[in-house]
Design a binder for this molecule. Sequence first.
Ligand code: FES
Ligand SMILES: [Fe+2]
Length: 429
Amino acid sequence: MRDISMSELRELVRDDRVHRRVFLDADLFELEMHRIFARNWIFVGHESQVAKPGDFFSTRIGRQPVVMARHTDGKVRVLYNRCGHRGAKVVNEEAGNAKRFRCLYHGWMYHTDGRLAAVPLPDDYPAGCDLKDPKLGMIEVARVASYRGFVFASLSAKVPDLVDWLGEAKQGLDDVADGSPEGEVEFAGGCHRYEYAGNWKHQYENLTDCYHTLSTHASTVADDGQQFHRRPGETGGQAEFTDKAGAPVILDIGVYTYPNGHSATDTIIKEPAAGGVMEKYRKQLIKKHGKERAEEVLRQPYHNMTIFPTLDILFVQNVIRVIMPIAVDRTEVRIFPMRFKGAPREIFENHIKYVNLTHSASSFVQSDDLEAFRRVQQGLEAQGTEWNLLARGIGQERVNNKGVGYGTRSSELGQRHQHHAWLEAMVRD
Ligand code: FES
Ligand SMILES: [Fe+2]
């Protein structure tokens, strides 16, 4: 990997623009894996995915395979998914329940807390070879912590307390968990998954981009499929981005920025749903949280909230989105529907229907964005200019004394904030 100096990194992000290299340079991507993904809190999964002892869930932190598992002592651990013998990935199923993990290659067996349990033909090792050495186990990552059931891990021990690091953004996790009459959610709806031919930061940029909706999603909302046609004969569409009077909803929403690169956007829903099953649900929440907090949760003040660098909460659909970089120009995104424990079944069914419509691989809205990411990645190869302009709303932001910024309407405050957090992480000692 080519050496990239601190001053070279600082050149890439300016107050109103970002250099195209941050999306294109494979050496920078390698550096991101070390400086961002290996030494920050990264979301791993939810405790409900490993509810019982022996339950496990395989995922990645950056590109490193890990497995989250609940051991017989009830504790949730995050282990490097690597055999202590000759390195094979031990757990290859995405999720399941196991008494032991068994490596395919030579049959080494591990307890679900990572300790080596058994080795075939152990007597063939010489006397000095200590099979009790913990390094021969599946090693635990340096830090694991959970907040309201959301499990984060860090490959480096040098990270602040999780709650301090979440800061203002922990409110998003509170709002989701308090949406349950039992105070906790379950990842109970499987997983939607998509990949796109572009850098992972396109997806993160998009999460606070209120500017793109009217154009990018034109093919979703307009009746003539005016941006691009997905298939011959397509004519339909539905109005999701205008209010009842036909005015664009971006006119009165904005973006919040929080310390450590987290952010949120205002809700596009004016009134919480009411009537029918919602009344039963409202009563349940009032009983659990009191009227004021229940109404606050039902109002859902945010459309989405991001937790840098990989997590996004979409409130209306009640899903978590996780950005998983694969290569400088390839990204996987996973979407996990959440069920409010104890809430009426219809609430969950409605969320599932909604996310199928907006964010499944065959959905309307999300596939518009993916087409934009692909085009950005391709367009950035052109050498006419080196910079992406992010100047919208400069000078109009408000910042309060907690370091929370707010930019109205189509402000690019969120993208500026993201790239500054990226730079800070990349140049930190
Ligand atoms: S590599 Fe796992 S048992 Fe040999
Ligand atoms: Fe979008």
